[in-house]
Design a protein around this ligand. Sequence first.
Ligand code: PLP
Length: 428
Amino acid sequence: MANLAINGGSPIRNAKENPWAAWPVWDEKEEKALLEVLHSGVWSYNGPKETEFNKLFAEFTGTKYAVSSVNGTVTLQLALEALGIGVGDEVILPGITWQATAATVIDVNATPILVDVCEDTWCIDPEEVRKAITPRTKAIIPVHLYGSFADMDAIMKIAEEHNLAVIEDCAHKHGGEWNGKKAGSIGDIGSFSFQLSKHLTAGEGGIMTTNSRELAEKLDALRNCGRRPEGDEYSEDVDKGAGQYSDEGNFIQSGNYRITEFQAAILIEGLKRLPAQNAVRDENGIYINSLLKDIPGVKPMRRDERETKEAYFNFAFRYNKDEFKGLPVQKFREALEAELGISVDGSYEPLNNASLYVPLTKPARHKLNDEYWKNIDPKRFSLPVCEKIYNEESICMHHKVLMGTKDDMDMIIEAIKKIYDNAEELKD
Ligand SMILES: *Cc1c(COP(=O)(O)O)cnc(C)c1O
């Protein structure tokens, strides 16, 4: 008789009868806020909800400015544009991240340079960044992946030494803190996503944070067809003539990347919930990791001591098949999914071989010249650590698993132990 649920045994959790915490979270406060926007007739364009949310998010991240936009892809693109990055420039970023981190670099005609990550945090390896610097390097995009924080001390030091811009991709880190500084407040610009899976969401949406008035003005113009920011949003520290974002005059070329009032309304409510939700995820994360570390063959992610506040997007840990009688990670994920009734994935695909990062499928847009075409070929980058993480080690679950109770955490641990004890059953 099989024990494991994947082989027909009874699962650790029947998720139909005993569902996991739900995501997204909302109640009548969101309903009321949405109806308020509906009835007001002001559905977009620098409306009161957008203005309020920008202000609240800037306060939340401890930055002077926050400018919202349509999603966390466009925010990366506009950040690159605001920093003047384009033709002839190279941008260094980690080999494991969502494809947008690299694709947006190509969308501004610059060259993404993919480097390897640290094996215990899955975030960009500062030593690899150093090795990748050339006279063409203009920026670094560290990504605070899943529960981890990129080593911002090392990244900022390298950036200062080489006069590079830093865009923090904070799509996984709303509310996380490094040495008391919020994610998105350390580099030149922070880029956040509010896509449905993220831990602050309006279905879609994004925001850019910065302490630079000049960059804030540029970002504001770039998300609004190039128009000069209206009103006196930036007048706090007005010094006449400063903040001019184009040498030629008042307008720059751009498109419409504006958020709607409906999104802003939901985000205002979501932001109120976020600190408490982050605290629950952190408490559960600390608890489950304290148990995980004693099971052979699985390891928690390394939490850097300088990470003073945790913000999980997904719950990730490391797997070693040698301790599981050679059971491949893919099988382990499937077995865990069957025990728990919740999807269990691996990390993002390494970008040197990712199904959705395929710039060479778009010659009409990206074949600027033969040299550029060669340089944007993702296959030219070697990313052994990323490949090992993806192919052998990574286990990722949606952050909603951390939003429940300690009993939920115990079940995950129980399921891992059950697979450990019964790994024999899954041998081919
Ligand atoms: C989600 C995500 C993005 C893109 O955000 P969207 O809002 O989905 O466009 C960028 N970078 C990372 C690391 C992400 O996870």
